[in-house]
Design a protein around this ligand. Structure first.
Ligand code: ADP
Ligand code: ZN
Length: 618
């Protein structure tokens, strides 16, 4: 795939450098202007000048603001000598000159005056521009002044040789299935517009770094055979207000000219950070303007018959401004998660195509040993192994090379705490199954959709995905209690199985305690405390995860009662979770063993397994 930079980029930078050069030259000229454009005149001290006046040697004087020029009386041979001196603030001078009969006047405008004044006006701005230019070039490689508003998008133009297709992306089957539709929108938009359907404008790819979001976006472009504009969100945000928004405008303008095409915005969160969440620290007008421009552009196109689809990537969807996710903008969201065992195998297969593999290579074993690796890590692993093989003087990559490479890559990743050892993996598996088992029994908690021990993000080592079966706006006390019990299910499973607990449950506990506290202080669900709201202010997001509001002023007794009630709720839920798990001890083992084997359980299989849970009387 050929990468073509926007042509104006280098040219403008060159132009900027020329400006810099010219301004430098002009500066020199300015300094030497008097000597270049006039005859050199000797400069003498003011005291000498006064002496000469006193001695009646001076014929005429021209008093300027910055210098005094004077002519001595002609000598015997008729030669006239002229001198310059620097004036001292001297009110007596005119009087003295008059006394001594010296002819004096203000200086006539010098012949080269216009040049000096022109230089005076022109040079400072040029110098400023030059410095700015230098600063920009030095800084983040941003572009020159004259193109400051231009987008820095790279355009990947189709060439048959290096075309990325879906075959190059592995292990993210769900995401691929969803994106196949986008390819169709790009290829045959008429099919959809004919019957009045609107082509979606924005698709948000959500997932941790290195899972192949960029690759997927390129593959969509490759499959559809359309140009691909790629830019990173952070490149929009400059220190100059207005730059980001004009870059956005420019990017969309160019894209529309090439429609149908794809715009890919990496790190969308760099511009799209929620305005409400305090993501904007003082003076962030720039980001806001950029975001607004993006929203305007997305709302604006599609009206005319041009298919421009914006794909954006983020690993922090929760921090995005809600306005970005509205219908007509990034209303489609595609999860691009770290691959599970079979996904990793598929990715290894894709990447090892390019290297010579020895006969003893067992890719399945490699996939098993690399939980938590994202696509990029696996690509890196294959390359490391190939490098090692070459260094060891082998013809083809051996399993041994892979083993060594895994150790290297893991060492790198472990620093980011993403890779689990066997023991940890086991604990996480029990923990997640604990959540799932308790969750399966709790009233209206939604269905448990997926259990995974593929590490996700920096904090979560595994996760249990529970989807509500319907949209819920009101939750009953029983449901809230159920949620708390589900949150505690993970820790409870660790207790039941190992008799000890790990630090892995801290986030669960935090959330469970927050919920219980809200039940007591916000929703008035405590019999002891009654229907009073002890929390101040409006909770603008029902069960949202923003921080707790400050408590109303309460007496120490009330505060103690609140704490007691919160503790009571959490403890009751904990007991319930323990009861459920003890009653389903065997199932806990069965599902955990299965999970350790495949890393992810979902769909039909999960429903079958969880269908066997025994209800316990509480
Ligand atoms: P992201 O945009 O999610 O951070 P990239 O798409 O930039 O990740 O991935 C970087 C590289 O890692 C890709 O160019 C590719 O070589 C490899 N890679 C990542 N995910 C996959 C995948 N699912 N299948 C194949 N290769 C992948
Ligand atoms: Zn948990």
């Amino acid at each position: 795939m050929a990468i073509k930079d926007q042509p104006q980029a280098p040219r403008s930078r060159q132009f900027g450098n020329i400006l810099l050069l010219i301004s430098g030259l002009l500066l020199l000229v300015n300094i030497f202007a008097p000597t270049l454009f006039g005859t050199p005149i000797p400069r003498v001290p003011y005291s000498l000048f006064i002496d000469q006046v006193q001695d009646m040697e001076v014929e005429r004087v021209s008093v300027g603001q910055n210098e005094i020029r004077y002519q001595l009386k002609p000598e015997a041979d008729g030669a006239v000598q002229t001198f310059i001196t620097t004036p001292v603030f001297d009110l007596e001078l005119p009087k003295l000159l008059e006394e001594k009969g010296v002819e004096f006047a203000a200086p006539p405008p010098p012949k080269n005056r216009w040049i000096t004044s022109l230089l005076g006006w022109v040079i400072p701005p040029l110098i400023f521009v030059g410095i700015w230019q230098l600063f920009l070039n030095r800084g983040n490689g941003a572009q020159g002044v004259l193109s400051i508003g231009k987008s820095k998008a790279k355009v990947y133009v189709e060439s048959d040789s290096g075309k990325v297709t879906f075959a190059d992306v592995a292990g993210v089957e769900e995401a691929k299935t969803e994106l196949v539709e986008i390819v169709e929108f790009l290829k045959t938009p008429q099919k959809f517009t004919q019957i009045g359907a609107k082509i979606p404008r924005g698709v948000l790819l959500i997932g941790p770094p290195g899972t192949g979001k960029t690759l997927l976006a390129k593959a969509v472009a490759g499959e559809a055979g359309v140009p691909f504009f790629s830019i990173s969100g952070s490149e929009f945000v400059e220190m100059f207000v207005g730059v980001g928004s004009s870059r956005v405008r420019d990017l969309f303008e160019q894209a529309k000219k090439q429609a149908p095409c794809i715009i890919f915005i990496d790190e969308l969160d760099a511009i799209g950070k929620s305005r409400a969440s305090g993501g904007f620290y003082g003076g962030n007008d720039e980001r806001e303007q950029t975001l607004n421009q993006l929203l305007t552009e997305m709302d604006g196109f599609g009206a005319d018959d041009k298919t421009v689809i914006v794909l954006a990537a983020t690993n922090r969807p929760e921090s995005l401004d809600a306005a970005l996710l509205r219908p007509g903008r990034f209303d489609r969201q595609v999860l691009v998660d770290r691959p599970d065992l079979s996904g990793r195998l598929a990715i290894l297969e894709v990447h090892s195509k390019a290297v010579k593999l020895g006969a003893d290579i067992d890719l399945k074993a490699i996939a098993t040993r690399t939980p938590g690796f994202a696509g990029a890590d696996l690509a890196n692993l294959v390359n490391e192994a190939a490098l090692l093989a070459a260094r060891n003087g082998r013809e083809a990559v051996a399993q041994e090379d892979f083993n060594e490479a895994i150790e290297r890559v893991v060492a790198g990743l472990e620093k980011k705490s993403r890779v689990l050892n066997e023991k940890e993996k086991k604990i996480v598996a029990y923990h997640e199954v604990g959540h799932a088992l308790v969750g399966a029994l709790m009233e209206s908690n939604g269905r448990v959709e997926k259990i995974s021990i593929v590490p996700r993000g920096m904090a979560a080592l595994g996760y249990t995905l529970q989807l509500p079966t319907e949209d819920r706006f009101l939750l009953s006390e029983a449901e809230l209690n159920g949620q708390i019990a589900t949150l505690l299910g993970g820790r409870s499973a660790e207790e039941v199985v190992f008799g000890s607990i790990t630090t892995g449950a801290s986030n669960d506990l935090q959330r469970a305690t927050d919920l219980a506290e809200r039940m007591v202080t916000t929703y008035g669900m405590s019999k002891v405390l009654g229907p009073l709201a002890y929390q101040q202010g409006q909770q603008n997001n029902f069960l949202g995860n923003e921080g707790m509001n400050p408590r109303r002023m309460v007496s120490p007794q009330t505060a103690e009662a609140i704490d007691q009630e919160v503790k009571g709720i959490v403890e009751a839920a904990h007991q319930k979770a323990l009861d459920i798990l003890n009653a389903n001890r065997e199932l806990l083992e069965t599902i955990t063993a299965k999970l350790l084997d495949t890393e992810v359980i979902e769909g039909e299989l999960l429903r079958d397994l969880l269908g066997q849970v025994n209800q316990v009387a509480v």
